[in-house]
Write a protein that binds this ligand. Structure first.
Ligand code: FAD
Length: 457
């Protein structure tokens, strides 16, 4: 898409507009932002933390854990610093988004809001609530979070195939090409909202940087470094390794928050292939991006069903909620050393490999007989790369209530340990054996340790 900025006379503008950053915390390859800058001579940039994200929800977890919050704050700071270079700034608010927009409507007569399309049901519901409350406000929504735009797909979203394999075939058989990423905008509209001191109004965050540093800058550095090395050439064979930086791309935190775009990843992947050669491993990175793509459109199509016990299959799992088992799983204190090691890795870093996620989710549902939604909610709090569509879609898939035609996924944890950690290096590193209850101890107290506290439907 080529965008030409309309020139405006000083003082003249179409309306008072804001750009509401959300899952698109970047300037480059951001079609919604470029579109807004072309149309609006005056614009305010906002980001909003709903305080509800920080309180414990229905499934015993918070939506926002400490590690993701730090990553987000770093990403927001990076965005603000980049806007400052263009005479603009970001204002960050800590309040319910509907209230915020009502306030902006009153204070600045905001009538146009530009926002990236979001796959989340509740995020879309918020926009619906604003539209209902203030019909004067027009929302302009553009796809920024996916490889393809919704109207480029070879089917309407409501006809999204029931399985990933069918989806992939349709995409690959069509002539669809990933569009080139858009350049960073250089010409910025004037600020609508005066700069406010917002940092003090937000919850504190620990300053330790950990494995992942938030922000577009850090994301682009990592992306460029990854493709300048040779990891992509062997990705298919290493991607299941439980604990090694170069084994998989580690793009997920930046993709989840929109610090980098999937189109940008696909573009650099193509460049890497032309420099170093294409093979099944380089293809497999695109294949995994397609999984991500599938879950994005899946969340759009199934909306609230992404969060229901029976999922999209409408079949009731034979699981429930047992508090002690759940707590043991969360803390990495189960009978299964590999699960314990993975959970401790997650709690300490906010990250877990894809194989690890599959194993702990399978244990949650099949061994511990727990309601999958509590596990998904725990991941939501802990993961630095939490993405509503990828998380809840994958959990449903593993729990047998989602897009897997084979139903429940049950991994043999002993066999998986033999394959992925034969020397117990990962288990020892993360102390997977340390707090493990022995089988005898479990027998002594009896298992299950207590009756289910609620039967959920
Ligand atoms: P790579 O293996 O290098 O893959 C490249 C990119 O492809 C990833 O960055 C990611 O964007 C995408 N991708 C890979 N596998 C998947 C997949 N199965 N589903 C969707 N996208 C995929 N991913 C998230 O980004 N956020 C989540 O909240 C999330 N929750 C998950 C929950 C469960 C129970 C499971 C089984 C998987 C979940 N995933 C989630 C998918 C996957 O585990 C992570 O994307 C991946 O481990 C991130 O590491 P990476 O960037 O090195 O991945």
């Amino acid at each position: 898409m080529t965008l030409i900025r309309i020139s405006f006379l000083e003082g003249e503008h179409l309306s008072n507009a804001i750009y509401w950053f959300n899952n698109d915390l970047r300037l480059s390859d951001n079609p919604a932002l470029s579109h807004a800058l072309c149309r609006e001579p005056v614009i305010g940039f906002v980001y909003c933390f709903d305080p509800k994200l920080f309180s414990t929800g229905r499934f015993l977890s918070k939506s926002m854990g400490a590690i993701r919050y730090r990553f987000l704050r770093e990403s927001i700071d990076c965005l603000d610093a980049q806007l400052n270079l263009h005479g603009q700034h970001l204002n960050v608010y800590y309040q319910h988004p509907v209230k915020l927009i009502k306030q902006l409507y009153q204070d600045y007569k905001v009538t146009r809001i530009y926002v990236s399309v979001h796959a989340g049901y509740y995020e879309r519901k918020t926009i619906g609530q604003v539209q209902h409350l203030i019909p004067d406000i027009e929302f302009i929504r553009l796809d920024t979070h996916t490889l393809y735009k919704s109207d480029e797909l070879p089917f309407p979203i409501n006809d999204l195939p029931a399985t990933f394999s069918k989806f992939r075939k349709l995409i690959e058989q069509s002539d669809l090409k990933v569009a080139a990423p858009m350049p960073r905008p250089y010409d910025f509209s004037r600020p609508l909202i005066e700069k406010k001191e917002w940092r003090a109004a937000l919850p504190d965050y620990a300053s330790s940087t950990g494995q992942f540093k938030g922000g577009e800058r850090a994301g682009l550095v990592h992306l460029t470094q990854y493709f300048s090395q040779n990891h992509a050439q062997t990705y298919k064979h290493t991607r299941n390794v439980l604990d090694e930086w170069g084994a998989s791309t580690k793009f997920s935190p930046w993709l989840a928050h929109g610090c980098i775009s999937p189109k940008h990843v696909a573009h650099l992947l193509k460049q890497h292939e032309s420099r170093k050669g294409a093979n099944e491993s380089t293809y497999w990175i695109y294949f995994e991006l397609l999984w991500r793509e599938y879950f994005q459109w899946y969340a759009h199509k199934h909306s609230y069903k992404l969060f229901t016990f029976k999922g999209i299959q409408n079949s009731k799992p034979l699981t429930s909620f047992y508090d002690e088992r759940y707590q043991r799983w969360c803390q990495g204190n189960t009978l299964y050393p590999i699960v314990n090691a993975c959970m401790k890795q997650l709690n300490a870093t906010g990250y877990m490999s894809n194989r690890g996620r599959q194993l702990v989710a399978s244990c949650f549902v099949n061994e511990l007989k727990l309601d999958w939604r509590y596990g998904a909610a725990y991941f939501e709090e802990q993961l630095v790369d939490y993405d509503v569509a990828s998380n809840w879609g994958n959990w449903q898939y593993l729990a047998g209530t989602g897009a897997d035609p084979r139903g429940l996924r049950h991994f043999n944890l002993e066999k998986q340990t033999e394959i992925y950690d034969p020397q117990k290096i990962f288990i020892n590193k993360w102390k997977g054996n340390d707090t493990c209850l022995s089988h005898d101890a479990i027998d002594a107290v009896g298992w299950p340790l207590e009756p289910p506290i609620e039967e959920l439907s």
